[in-house]
Design a protein around this ligand. Structure first.
Ligand SMILES: [Zn+2]
Length: 422
């Protein structure tokens, strides 16, 4: 069955200009308004939304029946990712390092590896849950060529999210596309990000993905966030939407709320700059203000088991299920268990030194690689080494000063890292 047209522009998240401001900025979320308008404009949209909900309900029920648990704790999902960065020279530009930093926040949050995971309000300790999903920067592009997984476009209009950013999409069945202008809502914007709910027709038309403001993506030179500041976890909120999660305050105190059984109802919907108790007791029960799908500004710690079940089910929707298939992970260069990959690759790479390097970079391995690729900070390949060896002396004297990245591909694994040339 062909799923008919449905899209839901999801929860714009707001940030104050200059995140250090101490006053709260109560702004309404446009999720409801935009979703309703879209449903009105697209008569078939409701049909797909309801079909997805039915699938998710049945999937969760079957998981519980099948293994007696409320989720499949053995499953691991790897999602290939491409980042499209729109900048105007240095303005709105983010380095590969910052690009990866944003994904590192997402991966840590999803897997319960965030720094405050052990610091959750005791009321919710028993229902917090990780999702074993990893977002992997693609290392093979749609044409089968090597890539950093980060594409740069020098475009002063698209940097402001004006024009057709979707024109740059990579196959939505194979890659989760992140569009990263400087501002997501035009010239100077409070909006940080928005994402699309699962929709097969959007994926077929390459209109799926997540839009995200570069100045709030991860940590780094071009991020306005301080190292460790939790606003970077807005990416986790958005990917929650992308996996069919609603805001915890959806429908306020009224059933069915956010369609998740274990998240307590709350009124919410406004940004609180500080604290973890956004609209606490607003529906007569303790509020899970630490939830990624709430609107607390600097308090983002957890998903609940019910949300993890719902995201797991969403990963099996036709709009999402090809992404993590073995075949697709091979095609995009994200094969294998990344955790294992890191461990085994670490053993393969003995040392890369000196760092910073001036004339030569020494790479010592205990396994012969298939190739070594060197990228510059713009994501351009500057060197590919194919000769089989366990020791390399890479001449970097001809390289301009700056940060570089290496990718060493072994038969079944690969390892990436960075070095500086002075
Ligand atoms: Zn939202």
């Amino acid at each position: 069955m062909k799923y008919l047209y449905f899209s839901a522009l999801v929860g714009f998240l707001f940030a104050t200009n200059g995140l250090a401001q101490s006053s709260s900025t109560p702004l309404p979320c446009s999720d409801t308004e935009i979703t309703q308008r879209h449903l009105a404009e697209n008569p078939d949209a409701l049909q797909e939304k309801e079909a997805n909900e039915l699938f998710i309900r049945n999937f969760i029920q079957e998981m519980k029946l099948a293994d007696g648990r409320s989720h499949d704790s053995t499953a691991q999902y790897i999602i290939p990712v491409v980042l499209h960065v729109f900048h105007n020279g240095d303005d709105g530009y983010i380095s590969l390092e910052q690009a990866q930093a944003g994904l590192d926040v997402l991966n840590a949050d999803m897997q319960g590896l965030n720094a405050d995971w052990d610091d959750v309000n005791p009321d919710f300790e028993d229902i917090k849950a990780p999702l074993d999903v990893q977002f992997c920067l693609a290392s093979i592009d749609p044409d089968g060529n090597p890539t950093t997984g980060v594409n740069y476009y020098n475009d002063s209009l698209k940097m402001l999210n004006e024009g057709d950013l979707f024109a740059h999409a990579w196959d939505n069945f194979k890659y989760l596309n992140f569009y990263i202008p400087k501002y997501t809502g035009g010239e100077w914007s409070l909006f940080t990000a928005y994402a699309y709910y699962p929709s097969l027709s959007r994926v077929e038309d390459n209109l799926d993905g997540v839009f995200y403001s570069s100045i709030r993506w991860g940590y780094g030179e071009h991020s306005e966030l301080e190292d460790g500041q939790e606003w970077a976890s807005v990416i986790t909120h958005e990917v929650g939407h992308w996996l069919n999660l609603r805001h915890t305050f959806e429908n306020g105190c009224t059933e069915p709320g956010d369609l998740v059984d274990d998240t307590p109802p709350t009124t919410g919907g406004t940004i609180e700059i500080e604290g973890c108790f956004n609209h606490d007791e607003s529906c007569g029960v303790s509020t899970n203000g630490e939830n990624y799908m709430d609107y607390n500004h600097d308090c983002k710690k957890m998903f609940t088991q019910g949300q993890v079940d719902r995201m797991t089910a969403a990963l099996h929707l036709p709009a999402r299920s090809n992404l993590w298939s073995d075949e697709n992970l091979d095609a995009t260069g994200c094969s294998g268990n990344l955790s294992t990959l890191e461990n085994s690759a670490t053993k393969n790479v003995l040392t890369v030194y000196p760092n910073p390097a001036t004339n030569a970079l020494r790479i010592e391995l205990n396994k012969i690689p298939e190739q070594i690729i060197i990228y510059n900070n713009m994501g351009e390949i500057v060197s590919i080494i194919l000769e089989p060896s366990l020791q390399y002396n890479l001449n970097v004297a001809r390289f301009a000063s700056g940060i570089y990245f290496y990718q060493i591909d072994f038969e079944n694994t690969s390892q990436k890292g960075k070095f500086i040339v002075k």
